[in-house]
Design a protein around this ligand. Structure first.
Ligand SMILES: [Mg+2]
Length: 313
């Protein structure tokens, strides 16, 4: 673990020559939910200027990919719509790859995920949202009736998830042939400026504990997501990929299980103190860390300027 800004120019050149593709997380790296991260747009442009392919990988399914793309463009990021990776895209790909296309899907998730699944031709089972009568009879009537046509349960982030939705998922998951997929498993979500949200991981854990099932996770840090990334972007040499993220557990964990190089930014979830008092598996340790992507931009400028100066001499 080295502070990237302490490298000399030769070491920096070696670092920037050590990868062709940058996989970057979005929240906490490019922006925080409540504010932008200065210098992040410049960093993405600089990485592209030195011929790095940039792919963005987020666990966040609160927006459709087209909305996310538009918001990134509006914020000034030089990226392509087809270089976005979300658990929703990976789920569609997983279901198709495993020929699970004729079963109904019960989704604990938000509208963008459901819309994407519908657009991909899947039939979604929804249950009425909202307040129910406070009686066990009503709860039982609403949640314990199975539907044999449901062959997939998806558990993802959902700001409207509630007792009834979770209980209904438990009913479907009693059948062992029901495929169980999950999106993000984060237990904490950082909004920046000290705001922390209860993440979807805790709710997923309820379903897994209740049913004795383990979901196939299609979000970081699960390597299942990487199967999608490698297929979709035809990545040949995983060691020539740099993963940039702000979460040690999700991002560095994902990069470690995929064999990617790791750069941790301290502009989101992870704080410098976590590096000083390491409480994660050894293999999650980033190769390098920086305060924010702004440093990456500044370092690329430095390397390029040195090259120009050397050439002029
Ligand atoms: Mg993040």
């Amino acid at each position: 673990m080295r502070d990237l800004t302490t490298l000399n120019v030769q070491e920096l050149e070696a670092f920037f020559n050590s990868f062709d593709t940058v996989l970057s997380d979005i929240d906490g790296v490019l922006w925080n939910v409540l504010h932008s991260i200065p210098g992040a747009t410049d960093a993405i442009s600089s990485l592209k200027k030195i011929n790095k392919r940039v792919i963005l990988v987020t666990n966040n399914t609160i927006r459709t990919t087209s909305t996310l793309y538009k918001e990134l463009k509006d914020a000034g990021f030089d990226i392509e719509e087809n270089s976005l990776v979300t658990p929703a895209l990976a789920m569609v790909s997983y279901l198709r790859k495993h020929n699970i296309t004729d079963k109904k899907i019960y989704v604990i998730g938000m509208t963008p995920l459901k819309d994407l699944l519908r657009q991909a031709g899947f039939e979604i089972v929804d249950i009425p949202a909202g307040r129910i009568e406070e009686s066990i009879q009503t709860l039982v009537a609403l949640t314990t009736v199975d539907d044999e046509d449901v062959g997939v349960v998806i558990a993802d982030a959902d700001v409207n998830r509630n007792y009834v939705k979770l209980q209904k998922a438990v009913t479907f998951l009693q059948r062992k042939d029901v495929v169980f997929l999950s999106g993000a498993t984060d237990e904490k979500l950082s909004l920046g400026k000290g705001y922390i949200l209860l993440g979807p991981g805790y709710f997923l854990k309820i379903l897994e504990d209740m049913t004795g099932r383990k979901a196939v996770a299609l979000a970081k840090p699960s390597a299942n997501l990487n199967d999608y990334v490698v297929d979709e972007f035809k990545i040949k040499d995983l060691s020539r990929v740099l993963f940039v993220g702000d979460s040690i557990a999700e991002d560095m964990g994902f990069a470690a299980s995929c064999g990617y190089k790791k750069l941790l930014v301290l502009s989101g979830l992870a704080k410098k103190s976590a590096l000083e008092k390491w409480e994660f598996p050894e293999e999650y340790k980033p190769d390098f860390y920086v305060d924010s992507l702004k440093s990456v931009h500044d370092l690329i400028v430095r390397v390029l300027e040195t090259k120009v100066t050397t050439t002029k001499k």
